[in-house]
Design a protein around this ligand. Structure first.
Ligand code: GAL
Length: 352
């Protein structure tokens, strides 16, 4: 396992030297801290951990939860039989039920990917009343809520990534193309936006900041369509298929809030006989293996690595801090990394 972590660090360092040094250094630091977390005084034999994922049927969160459980057991030494992972089935009532069951079962800490981040105040109170610390992941509760944890000394925190950064990187990837996204040379970039679940801050911020990167650079933009695809590949495909029928060659850029939807978009683009990086650009977020391979093959313009490794390790380490009674910041962010043809191979190596 040491080896795996080392190769991970090396690869991150490699990516760092190629792309965004300051940022990837922090990711490396996060991984280093993760590898070195002090387990002294933690009862790894008996500690019970309750984990709930908003739904199992989500490509990115499947990678995340797999790595989280692997890290907790293989690297930190917790017992598999003491870790319960439940499927929230995209239903907050169902998930709240699971959280109540965790309380009854007497878990020592919870790691929660809420179905609705707006339910954080209620869930936090449930956990706090039961004296159980909680690490929220992936779906960020509102700032007022995380401020409340800090103000009232509640043992709750959010570990995630700042979606504004991923949106900005998507916009930059378009700006970095040979024509800055203006394929037809009419002085503006005409795009469609395939959005995740709009209740989710990741979806809101990626939508806003991808376009903001263009307008901040003084580029004129035209939004042809914005539609929700709920992070789902099949929905992404349908939306882009319909958009290509409606707007045809007018579409120069397809922004997708995640890679699953971008992979669906790619199917629609290819079926319509359009050629990515020649007559249309396509960007996503997450750095799923399929997306990275398509970037290498020239079928996608770029993506942004949503570092599920750094995030899951940080979430687990933070849970350990709670178990040890240490102070924890209310919000902990792990950096995104830009992923284009220049470094797709390095990120693929990191994921292997
Ligand atoms: C995002 C990720 C999406 C989806 C979503 C779920 O961070 O990019 O692919 O997993 O989280 O909340």
């Amino acid at each position: 396992m040491r080896k795996k972590i080392l190769s991970l660090l090396l690869s991150v360092a490699m990516v760092a030297s190629m792309m965004v040094p300051a940022m990837a250094e922090e990711t490396t630091e996060a991984a280093e801290a993760a590898a070195a977390v002090d387990m002294e005084g933690v009862d790894v034999e008996n500690t019970k951990i309750g984990i709930s994922i908003y739904k199992f049927d989500d490509n990115f969160m499947t990678l995340y939860r797999t790595e989280l459980v692997r890290y907790l057991t293989e690297d930190l030494g917790f017992k598999e039989e003491n870790i319960t992972v439940t499927d929230g089935k995209n239903d907050q009532a169902e998930q709240t039920n699971q959280i109540n069951n965790f309380i009854t079962a007497g878990v020592n800490v919870m790691i929660l990917n809420l179905v609705q981040s707006s339910s954080a105040p209620q869930v936090t109170d449930l956990c706090n009343d039961a004296g159980i610390p909680v690490v929220y992941i992936n779906r960020q509760p509102e700032e007022a809520e995380s401020n409340r944890w800090a103000d009232e000394g509640i043992k709750a925190t959010y570990v995630g990534a700042d979606a504004r950064q991923s949106g900005t990187y998507q916009g930059e990837e378009i700006l970095e193309t040979s024509n800055g996204g203006d394929i037809n040379g009419d002085g503006k970039v005409s795009y469609i936006m395939v959005q995740g679940d709009p209740e989710n801050i990741d979806a809101q911020n990626r939508t806003e900041y991808s376009v903001k990167a263009l307008t901040d650079a003084g580029v004129e933009v035209e939004e042809l369509l914005l539609q929700r695809g709920d992070w789902d590949q099949a929905k992404g495909q349908q939306i882009v298929q319909d958009a290509l029928t409606q707007f045809g060659d007018q579409i120069e850029v397809v922004f997708c809030n995640n890679d699953a939807m971008a992979l669906g978009a790619l199917q629609a683009i290819q079926a319509a006989g359009r050629v990515v990086n020649e007559d249309i650009y396509l960007v996503g977020v997450d750095a799923l293996t399929d997306a990275l391979q398509n970037i290498q093959d020239g079928n996608m313009t770029g993506t942004v690595f949503n570092d599920h490794i750094g995030q899951s390790h940080m979430a687990a380490d933070t849970a350990v801090k709670f178990l040890k009674g240490e102070e924890v910041e209310p919000v902990i962010m792990v950096d995104y990394i830009k992923a284009t043809a220049d470094n797709a191979a390095d990120i693929l190596a990191l994921l292997q």
